[in-house]
Design a protein around this ligand. Structure first.
Ligand code: AMP
Ligand code: MG
Length: 314
């Protein structure tokens, strides 16, 4: 398959409307989309990524009005979150409509729904005939792509079209909240923090999938994820020297330790989130064997960074 690279959302949408797979930029990470109401098209996503069929996809809508095409009744908590954070980096798990193909939800009675704020993504979705099912646009198991070049590296020749845009500004996947449970559950941390969610939904709880060593609640969380080839070593405090032989790398907020072949000191948590997956990819390309990652404090987007780092460390 020849992969067409384009800057035109409308052209990308024409491919999607023909039942093909299309990668597109969003503010979180790049997604790989197909028509959510066309099971054959959605099967193309699983094929291209090598994704296990029991891992559900998030459905992307162009506006909150479109949610009713894929989900049933919306409760009060979900409604408050939608009013405040759609469009934005938040996915809500709702009860699905019977008309949504089972392949999208991996057989679950629920569906994850998100409305991206990214201008190109929004324009692309507006030109699509139906909501768009889209996981991250990487080969399954690799870190999510935050720029178009990484999508091309992973999926060139395996997808019909790549909508080229700027690098993702957030760099980590969306926050996921399950609104079908009482109380609602945070299934995956992201840029919209637990603190911010609690302002609207005070009784929200953190799912066991987000806690270390417990059984995942969100299906995808059981898979190895976000992982570079290099070994990830977590460090809680700043290091003076790397306790290893090169080639080893370091990333964090403190002053980099001596002895790192490669290091990246981030100015703040937002930058840490934005550059993390790209750093993993570069380290792999440069043959780095170990990556020391400084765990940030568990507040704001720091919780999401920690969650990804703990998973990447396995
Ligand atoms: P990705 O966009 O590649 O991060 O994949 C989407 C993730 O969303 C999956 O790994 C699931 O963990 C989660 N997800 C999607 N739909 C649901 C759902 N209906 N219930 C719980 N989690 C979901
Ligand atoms: Mg993914």
């Amino acid at each position: 398959m020849q992969t067409l690279v384009t800057d035109q959302p409308e052209e990308a949408a024409r491919h999607l409307n023909r039942g093909e797979t299309v990668a597109f930029p969003t503010e979180t990470v790049y997604g790989l989309g197909a028509d959510a109401l066309d099971p054959d098209a959605v099967a193309g996503i699983f094929r291209a990524k090598g994704r296990p069929s029991d891992n559900p996809l998030i459905v992307h809508v162009s506006s909150p009005d479109q949610i009713s095409e894929v989900a049933q009744e919306i409760g009060d908590d979900a409604r408050r979150l939608i009013e405040r954070y759609f469009p934005g980096p938040l996915t809500l798990v709702l009860n699905k409509r019977d008309t949504l193909p089972d392949i999208v939800s991996a057989g679950l009675p629920t569906v994850g729904v998100r409305c991206p704020a990214h201008p190109q993504a929004a324009e692309f979705l507006r030109h699509c005939n139906h909501p768009v099912a889209a996981p991250s646009a990487n080969v399954s198991g690799r870190p999510s792509p935050t720029d178009w070049q990484t999508v091309e590296h992973d999926l060139d020749g395996r997808i019909a079209c790549l909508l080229r845009g700027e690098p993702s500004t957030i760099g980590l996947e969306s926050t996921i909240v399950d609104c079908t449970t009482e109380p609602p559950l945070l299934l995956r941390s992201g840029a919209i923090s637990l603190e911010a969610l609690r302002e609207l939904v005070p009784d929200i709880e953190v799912a066991t999938s987000c806690r270390k060593g417990e059984t995942p609640k969100s299906p995808g969380q059981k898979y190895r994820h976000y992982s570079p080839e290099a070994e990830i070593i977590l460090v809680e405090t700043s290091l003076k020297n790397l306790p290893t032989q090169p080639p080893a790398a370091w990333i964090g907020l403190s002053t980099p330790p001596a002895g790192a072949t490669k290091s990246l000191q981030c100015r703040d948590l937002n930058e840490y989130a934005r550059v993390l997956f790209g750093f993993f990819r570069t380290c792999d390309a440069e043959g780095i064997r170990e990556i020391y990652c400084e765990l940030p404090r568990e507040e704001g987007i720091g919780r999401a960074i920690r969650e990804r780092l703990v998973k990447a460390a396995g």
